[in-house]
Design a protein around this ligand. Sequence first.
Ligand code: ZN
Length: 406
Amino acid sequence: MLPTEKLYYQDAYLREFTAQVTSKTALADGKFAVVLDRTAFYPEGGGQPCDLGTLNAAQVIDVRTINDEIVHTTAGDPGDGLLTGRLDWRRRFDHMQQHSGEHILSGILLANYQAENVGFHLSPASCQIDVTLPSLTAEQATAIEDAANAAIFANLPVTGRFVEQTDLSAYRLRKEPGKEFLQIRLVSVEDCDCCPCGGTHVSRTGEVGLLKIRSWEKRKQNIRLDFVCGGRALDDYRQKHELARALSSRFSAPVEGTLAAVERTLEKLAATQSQLAASRKSYHEELAARLLAEAANHGSGDLPVISRVFVNYSAADLQDFAARITAGGAICLLAADDNDGGRTSLLFAAPTATPLPMNELLKQTLSPFGGKGGGNALSAQGGLQGGDAEIILSSARKLLELKKQE
Ligand SMILES: [Zn+2]
């Protein structure tokens, strides 16, 4: 049987075609594996994901090269004989824009920084290359981006051709072919890049539209660059523009003044937080003194117990208050109600060992309410979603009382 004719190499812009079924196998779950005499569906390979679309009315859900055959997996029976194939063109053109952009970027990185592309990852969420660069500065990234976009705006021709191994020396290749071959496909971007590649590409660089490097990170001894081209760059710009507009409106500042407005707001917030912390400390000091004095008046020899519910308190606030109570020689049972999240936090602390250790008291208190916590004999912390803080603390007091009576 002749190998499937690869229509995507004759015309990367072919969106619809007819072909004869040469083999069809029923798979599990109503799926079929279909081989055609010719196809415009690109099978996954070389970092480029496969095309999707339809064969007659059946959805094409995967296309792969298996033992030199291009196998289309369909979600239903596409029929027999002559079929009509239709590509999900948005997806394919997106892959062409990203993949051609990747070649342009790689050509520039090699020419200007002697950095080799050693990995390409294209997915619906991201487009990344790994390059042999020890580091990358923001200025270098901007220069690389400018050079890539200059090549895009120059609308250079992009061509794919098959060559014999013996003719290969005529080309300046970005990378050598990985293995021996009879014929290999080279993709070249005029004056910019030439390398072995089996992917589908735009015919002129202008169709890549725009290339934006979004971020980069160190990856072992390489740099992984994350970039977007074409429609993805437009989506990215649109999303960020909307965000910038929403922030500008929220902070009542022009877009270019938003960052300064955010910084001013954060400074005010930090100042307010430190004022609040300072006034809470002096409140804690007075309150602890008053409660300890009251508890001492009712003292009967055992450690006095002070319990209190606070609203919108952080763990640090609770700890500050607990430290003052235990320093005054009393057991404290504290709860904080978080009005926003509906969470109740608990902090139990004792100045010395007690018949019922604090972690045990917390465990027994929380068990009917379904919360979690831990700690040691002198201090335990925990919490639960929802719950009435007053009821929880009174149950803890009762448990302590019971233990005392044992
Ligand atoms: Zn390629």
